[in-house]
Design a protein around this ligand. Structure first.
Ligand code: HEM
Length: 407
């Protein structure tokens, strides 16, 4: 592999392959080399460009005119292509199409609706956390972090309690990938169809009888006589499942893992749970669950002495931007209390800035704060942790842990 940037003079150029399992173990040394030696990197085999510096990633997020989302925002080609918007709703659209849908959806998905969920998020958290803590030894992912985010999305949409376990099972299948296989597995496609069918039935029911949930709110959303079609509502519900479930689960897992690896830091929170938001923010910076997004160059783009030709794929390396020492002091150290929320790239930027950022932060804060109120020390069984291998999602499929001291 070669690097594209003329800025580099290294004889041993950095290589960056987001499919490489050893890269997943610790991507940060590679990111550092990319930032320093090849800030505009080209991988000729996988045919993508990559931006790794904070300033470039932030600028790219804001440049939605020259960097299009309409061909999908994932590196993996199989799930996207020209029909990306059918799978990923307005995440994979450009303005003005994107803006129209985002504005209509925002009529229902309001900050107020998210804030009103706080009490229910607490109840759902305790439903899973209390039995786990009573057992003393448990798997943070399968027992707590893997359940909470999808249940909260179900709560938001108005999925009845009796259906939630099944909806969670389908949602997990949708994003599940077989090791080493790039194509979307048949089970994932089946699960997607089942979810779409379920959401379609929910919409029919809400048309017959309005309720107080987000589904009814989306049906009622209107701007100057324009409304969302049923397909658009289903697309958005599906997007929440894809964008808001696994990312939040992995955030919770990464927080627990890095807390255990940095005991003197996490103890500040375990002794003062009101500092939980600082634990969440530092996890979002240090090891975020959504490591990259892709764009397609809409025109030739000159950068760092090279030209990205129109039509080429460009990766925005969020995980690297968050470790850029130009922006974060001592960037490779996990340090609670940095006050860096405004600088982290974890939720993207510009017109596609994560619509669920507030919800993700609220959920993570509630779950970790409840943990911190009950636990003064814990250990993670590092040898039995299982990492997910994905080009963009970073986190654990299994995180066995033990509570060693309580309040
Ligand atoms: C967009 C990250 C949780 C809904 C995004 C983007 C990022 C991101 C990086 C920008 C994608 C791009 O520019 O192409 C995350 C992370 C999360 C999280 C790290 C958890 C830790 C959520 C949740 C929801 C959600 C809980 C909703 C339930 C969305 C939606 C978009 C989005 C709808 C598309 C916005 C648009 O295209 O205008 N997210 N997200 N996310 N996210 Fe999140």
């Amino acid at each position: 592999m070669i690097q594209a940037s003329r800025e580099s003079s290294s004889l041993d150029p950095p290589t960056f392959n987001p499919y490489d399992y050893s890269f997943h173990e610790d991507p940060y040394p590679t990111y550092r080399r990319l930032r320093e030696e090849a800030p505009l990197y080209y991988n000729p085999e996988l045919e993508f460009w990559a931006l790794s510096r904070h300033a470039d990633v932030v600028a790219a997020f804001r440049d939605s005119t020259r960097l299009s989302s309409a061909n999908g925002v994932s590196l993996d080609p199989s799930a996207y292509g020209p029909n990306a918007h059918k799978v990923m709703s307005f995440l994979a659209m450009d303005d003005p199409r994107h803006m129209r849908m985002r504005q209509l959806v925002s009529k229902g998905f309001t900050p107020r609706r998210v804030a009103d969920l706080e009490g229910r998020i607490l109840e759902i958290t305790l439903e899973y956390l209390e039995p786990a803590l009573a057992a003393g030894e448990f798997d943070w992912i399968s027992d707590v972090a893997g359940k909470l985010p999808m249940d909260v999305i179900s709560e938001l949409m108005g999925v009845p309690k009796s259906d939630r376990a099944e909806i969670r099972r389908l949602a997990d299948l949708v994003v599940h990938r077989e090791e080493g296989v790039l194509d979307v597995p048949v089970a994932a496609m089946d699960a997607s169809l089942n979810l779409v069918g379920y959401f379609a039935r929910m919409i029919t029911e809400r048309r017959a009888k309005e309720t107080a949930d987000l589904t009814s709110a989306l049906l009622g959303a209107e701007i100057d006589g324009d409304r969302l079609s049923d397909d658009e509502i289903i697309g958005f519900m599906f997007l929440m499942v894809v964008a808001g479930n696994e990312t939040t689960t992995k955030l919770l897992g990464n927080a627990m893992f890095w807390g255990a690896e940095n005991k003197s830091e996490v103890r500040q929170v375990l002794s003062d749970p009101s500092r939980t938001p600082e634990w969440v923010e530092e996890t979002l910076r240090y090891d975020t669950s959504s490591q990259l997004v892709a764009r397609t160059a809409a025109e030739d783009i000159e950068l760092h002495g090279s030209t990205i030709p129109a039509g080429d794929k460009v990766l925005l390396l969020i995980g690297s931007a968050n470790r850029d020492s130009e922006v974060f002091d001592d960037a490779d150290t996990f340090r609670i209390g940095r006050n860096s929320s405004q600088k982290i790239a974890s939720f993207g930027g510009g017109v596609h800035f994560c619509l669920g950022a507030h919800l993700a932060r609220l959920e993570a804060t509630i779950a970790l704060e409840q943990f911190a109120r009950r636990v003064t020390d814990y250990d993670v069984d590092v040898d039995r942790c299982e990492r997910v291998h994905s080009t963009n999602v970073r986190g654990f499929a299994a995180l066995p842990m033990k509570v060693t001291d309580r309040h």
